[in-house]
Write a protein of this length. Sequence first.
Length: 91
Amino acid sequence: MALFRRHRHGASDGHAQAAGGHCGPWYRAEVRRYRRLDHIAFAATDVEGMRKRLRAKGVKFRESIVPRTGDTQFFLYDPDGVGVELNFPKT
């Protein structure tokens, strides 16, 4: 899985840079009652390989297709309960 520096949720300003980047104004919205990060999103590659790997490890995840772009998204949680969003471009 390759990780890239920028993730967008359709907003014009985007999200923080995933690979060692800064936390912009969106950060306040992402921090919840316990002052922990709600979720982190990554641009990724090899959707089939990641699907097989997660299933082999017994990791529960939800999969969806973005209607506007056809991209595939996986949603899962890390051991601390932080949401992880993996975004795979339509192939």
